[in-house]
Design a protein around this ligand. Structure first.
Ligand SMILES: [Zn+2]
Length: 173
């Protein structure tokens, strides 16, 4: 069992699904999904989405398929939701912030650019709240990942001094 906390109450996410106007069956499906993932995040066709070309996002984009329990509509194929997991090794329940979803089958072709772009937009909206931090730091084993909130330029190093030098001299491109 690997429990996960799907943060569907995140205000930015709620906003993105229409706030008070959100589709009722979508909300119901989300609540059921949240309850399932609280037991085991691998329930409901879990995929740790491979993010080719985005080393900072490896293992951090999780996706699930869901539909409301008992929805027998043949036209409704349900939804696919993507969540950002800042620290996949966090203590359980592992926090996962949903940032992107679509009604299946969704866009065709390689989904990675769509996902990366959606996450960028989502984070950008989240950042305005804490604009004082210019960089976001993530830790992956002994690696430090520093992401610029302005241009999303990413630097990876095992040397904290190197990260600090980078951050103090960084100019957005
Ligand atoms: Zn920058």
């Amino acid at each position: 069992m690997a429990r996960c906390k799907l943060e569907i109450d995140n205000p930015k996410f709620l906003d993105s699904i229409g706030g008070d106007q959100a589709d009722k069956s979508l909300l119901q499906g989300l609540k059921e999904l949240q309850a399932k993932l609280a037991k085991d995040h691998r329930l409901s066709t879990f995929v740790n989405h491979p993010m080719k070309g985005h080393p900072d996002l490896q293992n951090r984009i999780w996706k699930w398929d869901f539909a409301p329990e008992g929805d027998t509509s043949s036209t409704r194929k349900g939804w696919r939701i993507f969540a950002y997991v800042e620290n996949p090794k966090a203590e359980e329940p592992i926090p996962a912030t949903p940032f992107y979803f679509y009604e299946k089958p969704g866009p065709s072709g390689n989904p990675v650019p769509h996902i990366a772009e959606a996450l960028k937009r989502f984070l950008r909206r989240t950042i305005q709240v804490r604009a004082d931090d210019r960089f976001k730091r993530q830790y992956d084993g002994d690696k430090i990942i520093s992401i610029c909130y302005e241009c999303f330029d990413t630097t990876i190093s095992t040397d904290m001094q190197e990260i600090e030098i980078h951050e103090s001299t960084h100019e957005c491109s």
